[in-house]
Every structure is written in structure tokens, then in C-alpha cells.
Design a protein around this ligand. Structure first.
Ligand code: 5GP
Ligand code: ZN
Length: 112
């Protein structure tokens, strides 16, 4: 499968790692939208949040626990934002489930 994040997860495409274990990978976004911008992905290919089921949803809780740990390590005590873009209307550009951890500046609401 020609999936850029599967290739990053396997090491075929390099990335700047922020976190790794046997299930997930955290790496710095190439085009950061905030002073801290980390992408968190399952190593297993899941196409989008639309494909989260009772069987695979454990990974989402794990990603959020790691996001909280990374936020503390990156000094985001004032807060942060976790974003998932899903599908065409959600603005998803890479078709492998990922969560953006953004912090280090004040965020706007509502998003565009
Ligand atoms: P999406 O728009 O799908 O929610 O987010 C995809 C994100 O992946 C974008 O923020 C984009 O900058 C990032 N991205 C795309 N390709 C690469 C890459 O090869 N390496 C890294 N580190 N980030 C990437
Ligand atoms: Zn993939």
C-alpha cells in the first residue's frame, strides 16, 4: 500500500521522532502550525477516524495518554489542542489515522 505514514512507521521514510513504542509513533510535523506540532499515529494502518471500531479503539486512548505525557514534556502546561481531520470535509490530507498535538501558542475557536 502506498501510504506515507505507513512508510514513516516502518522507517522507510525518515522523520524526527518525539515518541515511539510497539503500537504508536509520534513525530514532528514537516509543516508546523504551532511552536509544538507533533503527529501521533498508530503503526497499524487505519485509514481515518471513520474506521475506528470497538475492536481497534484502544489505540486512541493510548494515543491520548501519550499526548498528555508529550504535552508535559514540551512545557504545554497552559494547554494544547489535539486535532483529528477526517475525510474530505474534515480536511484530511494523509489517509492514515493521525492526531495533531498543537501547543505553544493561543488557539482560535471555532476552527476554519
Ligand atoms: P492532515 O491534513 O491529513 O490532518 O495532516 C497531515 C499532516 O502531515 C500535515 O500537517 C503535513 O504537514 C504532515 N505531513 C505530510 N507529509 C509528511 C511527512 O512526510 N513528514 C512529516 N513529518 N509530516 C508530514
Ligand atoms: Zn498507512
Amino acid at each position: 500500500m502506498d501510504c506515507i505514514f505507513c512508510k514513516i512507521a516502518s522507517g522507510e521514510i525518515p522523520c524526527k521522532k518525539a515518541y515511539e513504542d510497539d503500537q504508536i509513533l509520534g513525530f514532528y510535523d514537516l509543516d508546523p502550525q504551532a511552536p509544538t506540532h507533533i503527529l501521533l499515529i498508530p503503526k497499524e494502518h487505519i485509514g481515518s477516524a471513520m474506521e475506528i471500531t470497538a475492536e481497534n479503539s484502544q489505540i486512541v486512548g493510548h494515543i491520548f495518554a501519550v499526548a498528555a505525557k508529550l504535552a508535559k514534556e514540551h512545557g504545554l502546561e497552559k494547554g494544547f489542542r489535539i486535532v483529528n481531520n477526517c475525510g474530505e470535509d474534515g480536511g484530511q490530507t494523509v489517509q492514515h489515522l493521525h492526531f495533531h498535538l498543537l501547543g505553544g501558542r493561543s488557539m482560535q475557536w471555532p476552527p476554519g
